[in-house]
Design a protein around this ligand. Structure first.
Ligand code: PAF
Length: 274
């Protein structure tokens, strides 16, 4: 049971680590975490350089959460010189226009490369990924299914719920980089998602999302409603005649120079936002 991380662990990770511990116990397997700031998934070297790192603290947190093994490899272990660890074939969900790939080209190829390597190096049978990175969760799920034949088995992907600060801001290692003013502004992202999630009408939900972000002075890279699994534009309920597919409201925005992402479920105003 694996929890891949880039370290700088916070309460959101702790919840994933504890989930991994419980799932590992259920299956009678060890629970492991990887701590590796993967250079191939950053498209700006300044972003890679400034990524917070504190391995000693991370190891203590893993221990506290009952993790058996912490694997913090050097880059040469993940990508041994002379060995070709090609980027796996990208699932379609990785390249949906207007989402991560539009604003961080090369990010998902790097994520798929490192996650696939970590699965193999740790011989993982299952892995936990946070819902905060919703598109990443769909990407690794699709990648794992696509690699089932090559690997000879499916690495089961287990989603972990987003943990939030009291004002709603989703826990993220990047929150440490926010100035006090930016930290206040950042609260507008979850506020906008939660207000929009209560709207019954699809177009109104998107409108309210955009308006609330603007009210907080947040200029989003994207603020959209998509089918939760495929991340395509959702088919309107009136076209299917059914209850409608689960949808997701997704936001990415730079606040005080720090890129933040968040999302929540939308069921036509019916579900409580998470
Ligand atoms: O979500 C993350 O922290 C990273 O993208 C991951 C999955 C650990 C791969 O480096």
């Amino acid at each position: 049971m694996l929890v891949p991380t880039m370290g700088s662990l916070h309460a959101g990770h702790e919840s994933l680590l504890r989930l991994a511990r419980r799932e590992a116990d259920r299956r009678g397997v060890p629970a492991a975490a990887t701590v590796f700031v993967n250079p191939t998934q950053f498209n700006e070297s300044a972003d890679f350089d400034s990524y917070p790192r504190d391995l000693d603290r991370d190891a203590l947190i893993c221990e506290r959460c009952g993790i058996d093994v912490v694997f913090a490899p050097a880059p040469e272990v993940v990508y041994p010189p002379g060995e070709d660890h090609a980027v796996p074939v990208l699932p379609d969900v990785a390249t949906r226009p207007g989402l991560e790939d539009t604003f961080r080209p090369g990010h998902f190829p790097g994520v798929c490369q490192v996650v696939s390597r970590c699965f193999d190096l740790c011989d993982a049978s299952a892995a936990v990924f946070g819902e905060k990175d919703w598109q990443q969760l769909q990407v690794v799920r699709a990648m794992s299914e696509a690699q089932r034949g090559v690997r000879g088995r499916l690495v089961e992907i287990i989603p972990g719920e987003t943990v939030r600060e009291p004002d709603g801001l989703a826990m993220s290692s990047r929150n440490l980089l926010l100035s006090p003013e930016a930290r206040v502004e950042a609260g507008g992202i979850s506020e906008a998602l939660f207000v929009a999630a209560r709207e019954q009408d699809r177009d109104r939900a998107q409108g309210v999302l955009a308006d609330t972000l603007l009210r907080f002075g947040i200029d989003a890279e994207y603020a959209v409603l998509r089918d939760a699994r495929t991340l395509l534009e959702p088919v309107p309920r009136s076209h299917t005649g059914g209850p409608g597919v689960p949808c997701r409201l997704l936001v990415a925005a730079r606040v005080g120079g720090v890129r933040l992402i968040d999302n929540t479920g939308w069921r036509g105003g019916a579900a409580e936002p998470t």
